[in-house]
Ligand binder design. Structure first.
Ligand SMILES: [Zn+2]
Length: 276
């Protein structure tokens, strides 16, 4: 692990993976479901924390000429707490036009805001954009979130702006260049993680199965108000935590705390975060 101000370099076989930090904030207790203040305080104290910290992360995978950006942060949507993706790319001497592929794990603003300019234009003009078919169909279906048109504006705008280079994939598809999708529905309908594989090494981008690593790893039944389907999201979280602990895979996620690289161990029914 090689840590800079906005990025961490991590070698996966022959591939270089960078964890990019777009910003950070603290969550309120009532952002979390199926828990209470005393449990939250207890879990935080186990980890010597007092606040529910979260980060906003994106990822860059370099494979030969390919520069693949997985998610792109919030752009300017969250004000000064986020929007550092440009600084992270600058730190790595990468220009927006150098990005060849974009992958959206799901279409929430903290992951796709950075793909659009303030006036709704393309930021990464030379990149294709991949998302799961299920995610695309969910946001495009006029029947979904009928009473919340504000939430649908950005996902639909993104799909329209990148429509001439849009790839819709199956939720467990091989995406090429050593990347494949992991089906993790629940946070959103077509939410995916990404497995990076090269020369026998693997690294997992867990996307948004965890929003507060000091709460939801110790107790995966704690949900978050941003989950579209609490039960399905919980099942995906447990499924992935099991896989990570059994296979001892190094991983990161959309909201793990910088430097967001670690492993999961399991003691009985309890999972534990192990910082790399
Ligand atoms: Zn998120």
């Amino acid at each position: 692990m090689n840590k800079m101000k906005y990025s961490i370099r991590h070698q996966v076989g022959d591939l270089e993976v960078f964890i990019l930090t777009d910003g950070k904030k603290d969550f309120d207790h009532d952002t979390f479901l199926n828990t209470n203040t005393s449990e939250i305080k207890h879990l935080l104290s186990l980890n010597r924390k007092t606040q529910i910290e979260t980060n906003f992360n994106a990822f860059l995978v370099k494979n030969g000429d390919k520069k693949i950006l997985v998610d792109a942060g919030a752009g300017k949507l969250f004000g000064s707490i986020a929007g550092n993706l440009g600084k992270a790319l600058q730190e790595l001497n990468i220009k927006n036009d150098d990005i060849t592929d974009l992958i959206a794990t799901h279409l929430h603003p903290d992951h796709i805001g950075g793909m659009l300019t303030d006036d709704g234009k393309m930021v990464f003009r030379n990149a294709s954009l991949t998302m799961s078919e299920k995610e695309y169909s969910f946001w495009k279906n006029p029947e979904n979130l009928k009473d919340q048109p504000d939430q649908k504006h950005l996902p639909i705008l993104l799909s329209d702006v990148y429509s001439d280079r849009l790839n819709l994939c199956k939720s467990d598809a091989d995406l090429g260049s050593g990347l494949s999708a992991i089906n993790l529905p629940g946070h959103t309908a077509g939410h995916i993680g990404i497995r990076v594989s090269s020369s026998g090494s693997q690294f997992i981008i867990a996307a948004d199965i965890i929003h507060a690593q000091y709460l939801q790893i110790n107790n995966p039944s704690i949900g978050v108000v941003f989950d579209q389907d609490y039960e399905l999201a919980k099942n995906s979280r447990v499924k992935l935590l099991d896989m990570l602990s059994i296979d001892r895979l190094e991983f990161s996620g959309g909201h793990l705390i910088f430097p967001a690289l670690g492993r999961i161990s399991k003691n009985g029914t309890n999972y534990q975060w192990e910082q790399s």
